[in-house]
Design a binder for this molecule. Sequence first.
Ligand code: ADP
Length: 439
Amino acid sequence: MIRGYQAEFEDKSTSRDCEGQLEDETPWTRSVIARIRQERAVLLVALLTALIALAAGANKWAVLGLLTVMVATALWHAPPVVREERQEPVPEVVDISRSRLGEVSATLAALDIPVMVLSGDASLLYQNRAAEKAFGEAAIGAHISARLRSPGILDMIGETIATNAPNQIEHSERLPSERVYIVRSAPVELDGQQPTDERFFLLSFRDISEVRRIDRMRSDFVANASHELRTPLASLRGFIETIQGPARNDAKAQERFLGIMLDQTTRMSRLVDDLLSLSRLELKSHIAPDEKVDLVPLLGHVRDSLVPLANDVGVEIALHLPEGKAEVLGDRDELVQVFENLMENACKYGQEGKTVDVFLKNVSGEPVEVTVVDKGPGIPAEHVPRLTERFYRVSIEDSRSKKGTGLGLAIVKHILTRHRARLIVKSEVGKGTSFTVRF
Ligand code: ADP
């Protein structure tokens, strides 16, 4: 239920009237009058008794004395009159779902962005479920500063209340996780006939953390790609200058330098190919492939194409395939690229394990799985979640020396996302690594 505080001013005026009446009399007179009123029956009986005694001829001084004693005793024993205390007006908690605000609060409850409604004195009247989820529960009726500590937001709210004009600022929070919000305060215009003590203000929080993260990723990507291209380009330039200058007449040095230059240009074209692959994949990421691909011959073909590389590094690739076919919906060329990358990495980085095992699991009723296992040095746990980021490498030197671009697993992840498949990485330092593709 939506609750808030209202009607405070009506209570105050009632209590002020009451206080005005009491102030005309002193406390002592008020007390005596109240006691006489309270003991009036006893006093009447005493008076009648005195009159009868006088009529019967009793001594008038004795009767007067007796009457005085009776009056004094009656008043003395009367219970003290409880003085009326001025009561502080207790703000009445009203159900704002019945007020004007209730008309919009039901809609606010359904919104998936955090919103809060404030009164004209910046007290929190309402917060929706999204706000409760993002910032926790809040004391309804308390000033907003008890809820939000940011001086920027509080100043903005003050300005909106003072000017009745909308404002917005960017606000970032570090805990519990880094988040960036566009916080906006605006007056709620119900129908232009609101009483001044029923002004409402809406505070909304638009989460732009994801947009910022993607922006950062894009600029990091451009910076990384330029850096990766600049390194071989700088080396090419250096060799060209050497060949034109000091090594102009040194045929042996020229031949050696030309060999390095060829390596560098090959590296650059690998990088450009990978970058183009990634951008092509991004373009069609929302279209799921629908070709039937049998993984049994496909894995055999990939293994065969990698035999020269495996021989170079002294590794044997062993295939463990089931009987019959293992069909999945996919794009053949892209799946070749996935398994080439995984088997090539297993050979390069798991070289010292000497064998790479590839298991294809095709059990009816279960997802088709391909697992590439090496017995290499493994990957420390902190790196595993980041392996599919573009240009992320456990060791840049190691990757460069093995002709890596840092884009292989990013491409694998993109292809698998398009295939609605998952990549599961398990690694134990000193024992090896397994990459499983689950369709
Ligand atoms: P690269 O072109 O550098 O090989 P990848 O995206 O294919 O880029 O791989 C990213 C990083 O993940 C590699 O640089 C390497 O540090 C690590 N890596 C990938 N596969 C393995 C593996 N089988 N064993 C150990 N490390 C691996």
